[in-house]
Design a protein around this ligand. Structure first.
Ligand code: PBG
Length: 340
C-alpha cells in the first residue's frame, strides 16, 4: 500500500525520515512568521563624529556617507535620526588641540560636551545620548591612556582621567557614558566618580570585550588619530586569539557595575556574543565597526556585492547571535529601508 503523503523525500533511507524544513520557507509571509531573529529600528544606535573648528561637515573618505560634523550639522542629523525612529546616538569628538594628557576630553567646553548640550536642547529626551569615553582622540600620542616613562600606557593613573571625562560628559547631559579604553577597573572607577558627583542616573555601556583590531582603521581617519611611532593597542586591547578571556572581561565589567555591555568588532566576535548571551543578564550590544562598514561600502561601490543586502545580513546575524542592540554606521540607511 503506497503512502498517500510521504513524510520524507523519496531518497531518504528507510527509518530515517527527513523533516521537510523547506515547508516553512515557501512564502515571504511564512518566513516572516517563523523568523527567530528580528532587526528593527529600535535596535540601532548611530555613531556620529563632531569636529571642532570646522564651518561645514567634512566627508570621511574611508567611510562613504559619513562625515565629521559641526555642532550645527550634528543637530540636523540627530533630528533626522529621531524622525527615522532611531533611539540613540554615540558621539566621538575630534578636538583641534591634542596634548599628552588629552585635556580637551574633560574640558566643560570641549567639543563633545558642547555637542551634548546642543543635542539635548534640540531633541530633549527623544534620543539616548551616549558618549564614547576615551582619551585617544585627545592625546597627541594617540593612545587611550597616559604614558609612563617607557611609553607604556599606565593603567591606574589613566582611570583618574576617565573619571574626569565621565563627570564632564554627565554634566553636559549624556544619558550613557561608554568607556572604550580597556583599562582594568575603568567601569568601577567611572561608577564611583559618577555616583560621587551627583550623576548616579548616568548609565555605563562598557566596551567590555574589545579586540585589538585592524578593523578600526577608517575610524582613526575619522577622528584624526595616529598612534605615535607606528604603535598599536595590543598591550591593552584583547588578543584576537582569545575567546575565554573575553568572557572574563565581560564578567568583570558586569561585576564592576556596567549597566550594559558591548562586544567589538562585531562580525569577528560572534562566538563571544553568543557565549555572553548565555551568561549575562544586562543588555548586550555589538559594535559593527568602521572597517566592517567600509568593506561593505567599498565592495558595493565596485559592484561586487549588493551593499544593503549584505549590511542587513550582517546585522541580522548579530541579532541572531544574541545582541540586544547594534552600534552601526548603517543605522540611518537601515532605518530608511525598514520604512522607519
Ligand atoms: C576608542 C575607540 C575606537 C573605536 C571606538 N572607540 C578606536 C580604537 O580603539 O582604536 C573604533 C570604532 C570603529 O572602528 O568604528 N576611542
Amino acid at each position: 500500500m503506497a503512502a498517500a503523503i510521504s513524510s520524507s523525500p523519496s531518497h531518504a533511507a528507510p527509518g530515517f525520515p527527513v523533516r521537510r524544513l523547506r515547508r516553512l520557507r515557501r512564502t515571504p509571509a511564512l518566513r516572516r512568521l517563523v523568523a527567530e531573529a528580528r532587526l528593527g529600528v529600535d535596535d540601532l544606535i548611530a555613531p556620529l563624529f563632531v569636529r571642532e573648528g570646522i564651518d561645514s561637515p567634512v566627508p570621511i573618505a574611508s567611510m562613504a556617507g559619513q562625515s565629521q560634523h559641526t555642532v550645527d550639522s550634528l543637530v540636523v542629523e540627530a533630528k533626522r535620526l529621531v524622525s527615522l525612529g532611531i533611539p540613540g546616538v554615540i558621539l566621538f569628538g575630534v578636538p583641534t588641540r591634542k596634548d599628552a594628557e588629552g585635556t580637551e576630553a574633560w574640558d566643560s567646553d570641549g567639543i563633545v560636551q558642547l555637542a551634548l548640550r546642543s543635542l539635548r536642547n534640540a531633541v530633549g529626551d527623544d534620543l539616548v545620548l551616549m558618549a564614547d569615553l576615551c582619551l585617544d582622540e585627545y592625546t597627541d600620542h594617540g593612545h587611550c591612556g597616559v604614558l609612563g616613562p617607557n611609553g607604556e600606557v599606565l593603567n591606574d593613573p589613566t582611570l583618574e582621567f576617565y573619571q574626569r571625562i565621565a563627570l564632564a560628559q554627565a554634566g553636559a547631559g549624556a544619558d550613557v557614558v561608554a568607556p572604550s579604553g580597556m583599562m582594568d577597573g575603568q567601569v568601577a572607577a567611572i561608577r564611583d566618580a559618577l555616583d560621587g558627583g551627583g550623576a548616579d542616573q548616568v548609565a555605563i555601556l562598557a566596551y567590555a570585550s574589545k579586540y585589538a583590531s585592524a578593523l578600526y582603521g577608517p575610524f582613526r581617519d575619522a577622528v584624526d588619530v595616529t598612534i605615535a611611532g607606528g604603535g598599536d593597542r595590543r598591550a591593552y586591547q584583547q588578543d584576537p586569539h582569545n575567546g575565554r578571556e573575553a568572557l572574563l572581561e565581560i564578567a568583570q565589567d558586569v561585576a564592576e557595575g556596567a549597566d550594559m555591555i558591548m562586544v567589538k568588532p562585531a562580525m569577528t566576535s560572534l562566538d563571544v556574543l553568543a557565549a555572553a548571551r548565555q551568561s549575562v543578564r544586562v543588555p548586550l550590544a555589538a559594535f559593527h565597526v568602521s572597517g566592517e562598514y567600509a568593506m561593505v561600502k567599498a565592495a558595493a561601490a565596485a559592484g561586487w556585492i549588493d551593499g544593503p543586502a549584505v549590511a542587513m545580513e550582517q546585522l541580522v546575524a548579530l541579532k541572531r547571535a544574541g545582541a540586544d542592540f547594534i552600534l552601526t554606521y548603517f543605522a540611518a540607511e537601515v532605518a530608511e529601508a525598514l520604512g522607519g
